[in-house]
Write a protein that binds this ligand. Structure first.
Ligand code: HEC
Length: 305
């Protein structure tokens, strides 16, 4: 009886599943698919190679220094880099006196307190300070940017799908809105059309507007493409300064696992391989023949038991 009811309930479940599957197929076939405007016009990041790509990727120190220069001369006017301290620039190959000079000459001062009066003030940055925000707080930041908040850039490469190629594409992707863009998706007041940005219209005015906006000391041609690529590489470093040691550790672990696998296989060959017939030959202490031998030996040695 229980079996019968069990089967009945099971069939009920199957019937319900088939029913909903049927409706799903019906909806798939009959309903029209509407694609959102964002979906239609949005573009995936462009293909661009970085020296950090792949399991053996390394930073290109000269490129990082150029990217830092772009950040310093262009992006720092609106974006903070709160997770990075001036002294971390040593990673890029700067010497201590250079870092001290960079901190002391930074355009934006860091918040401080006047030791005599106890009042809030600002002071020149020192090497242990983090890159300061150009705005006192979020309200001030929004007020200066058409109510949009320029995000801290320290981790932006990790925070956005597409990583460094996305930053590069975003910076070089400003263009006129296409003619067939529906009215509701056209950039409003203070917004700029950029098909790489998730909702197509970004509040950041194009930061890299002309070739030669910065002057590179190493003779690299400061085209918009190069500046965008360099600053994207620099932001890859700020987001993951230990990328190189992670790659090295990963490689060491793989080599170790390879050796361990070879050892394990050799041990298997040595100890277990062909175990079935060896077990027949090497009979244990429970074997009657062995027991008899052991008894005889004990008797000979005069041991009881
Ligand atoms: C005039 C101020 C200003 C400057 C200069 C500026 N930005 Fe921005 N940036 C903004 C604002 C405002 C936003 C927020 C945009 C939004 O949410 O629509 C933003 C957003 C961003 C974003 C986030 C985009 C996203 O996916 O959310 C990135 C990345 C970025 N900026 C990179 C840069 C880089 C790199 C530079 C320097 C080359 C730079 N910005 C220079 C104002 C600025």
């Amino acid at each position: 009886m229980v079996r019968f009811f069990g089967a009945l309930v099971g069939m009920g479940f199957i019937a319900a599943l088939l029913w909903s599957f049927g409706w799903g197929v019906n909806a798939q076939l009959t309903e029209t698919h509407t694609q959102s405007v964002e979906h239609r016009f949005h573009q995936e990041p462009r293909d661009v190679a970085f020296s950090t790509d792949g399991p053996f990727g390394k930073f290109d120190r000269a490129q990082l220094q150029r990217g830092f220069q772009v950040y310093k001369e262009v992006c720092a006017a609106c974006h903070s880099l709160g997770q990075v301290a001036f002294r971390n620039l040593a990673d890029l190959g700067y010497e201590e006196p250079e870092i001290k000079a960079i901190a002391a000459q930074w355009q934006i001062e860091v918040p401080s307190i006047n030791p005599d009066t106890g009042e809030a003030t600002t002071r020149k940055a020192i090497a242990s300070d983090h890159f300061p925000s150009p705005y006192a707080n979020e309200v001030a930041a929004r007020a200066g940017n058409n109510n949009a908040l320029p995000p801290d850039l320290s981790l932006i490469v990790k925070a956005r799908e597409g990583g460094a190629p996305y930053i590069y594409s975003l910076l070089t992707g400003y263009q006129n809105a296409p003619a067939d863009l529906p009215a509701e998706a056209r950039p409003g007041q203070g917004l700029h059309y950029n098909p790489y940005f998730a909702n197509l219209n970004i509040a950041m005015p194009p930061p890299l507007t002309a070739d030669g906006q910065v002057t590179y000391a190493d003779g690299t041609n400061p085209t918009r493409e190069n500046m965008a690529k360099d600053v994207a590489a620099f932001l890859t470093w700020t987001a993951e300064p230990n990328l190189e040691s992670r790659h090295r550790t990963g490689l060491a672990v793989l080599i170790f696992l390879l050796i361990a696998t070879i050892l394990a296989y050799m041990a298997y060959q040595n100890i277990w391989h062909g175990g079935a017939d060896r077990r027949v030959r090497q009979t244990g202490p429970l074997d009657p023949e062995n027991q008899a031998k052991s008894r005889a030996a004990k008797k000979e040695a005069g041991i009881k038991g």
